[in-house]
Design a protein around this ligand. Sequence first.
Ligand code: KIV
Length: 292
Amino acid sequence: MSTTFTIDAATSRATPVSAPMKRLTVPAIRARKAAIAAGTGAPLVMLTAYTVRMAQLMDAHCDMLLVGDSLGQVIYGLPSTVPVTLEMMAAHGAAVVRGSHHATVVVDMPFGSYEASPAQAFENAALLMKQTGAAALKLEGGTAMASTIAFLVERGIPIVGHIGLTPQAVNALGGYGARGRSADEAQKIVADAHAVAGAGAFALVIEGVVEPVAAAITDAVAIPTIGIGASARCDGQVLVAEDMLGLFERTPRFVKRYGDMAAFVAERAERFAGEVRDRSFPGAEQLYAPRD
Ligand code: KIV
């Protein structure tokens, strides 16, 4: 599998051309559960992507790219995912599909776009599928959303479920604390997992759930589980790419920072500012000389 992008100089950085890759399909992702159990498949890798360039850079390394509604906070500076709109998800979803050739692209259905009824969910899901070209959508909720998930799946829309800490429900949950600490709550999350898997979702994100509960769900359901603050036993893992890259100083406990992008960006901005102010930028090599 090639990871090299060749820049088409005629159209510059907007349209890097990748060596052809076959995009992973929803059935291939679903089948990974059995392969992992048989010891022949690797855990699923999922990262969020919101822009074409980030998709281009991460695509070859991921099984799934998630256009998460976390873009509300990461890209738009919103206080939560609640204000995120269908239009935002459609625009960023389309960009990520344009920037990828290998990973299955999954787009989040934003708050308010699917909860009212299965028919509302289908109308908005179809719009997202048409406008983005993504292979699948993700929506939050367990037992309460099972009939909606079944309605979408039966009509040709592959769905990733999302249970445990569901950020769109932050106002109802009262915060972003881990879920499943009490026996009652743990039981409800396990029931949610069964309901979502039984409804036909092809994968399940488990977020912010105490480890033994996430591990037990992974053992119990027939679809791949993707953990975030869940368990190393999950069938895959997902992180918000900007968290993983260290773009933010404050991150939840479950984030591992693989770099310090915040310091990198601030330091380069400071250097650039210094060179503009002392007139060392632009130098001769950045300027156009007149033709002789
Ligand atoms: O919106 C998002 O980025 C997500 C992941 C954190 C799973 O739902």
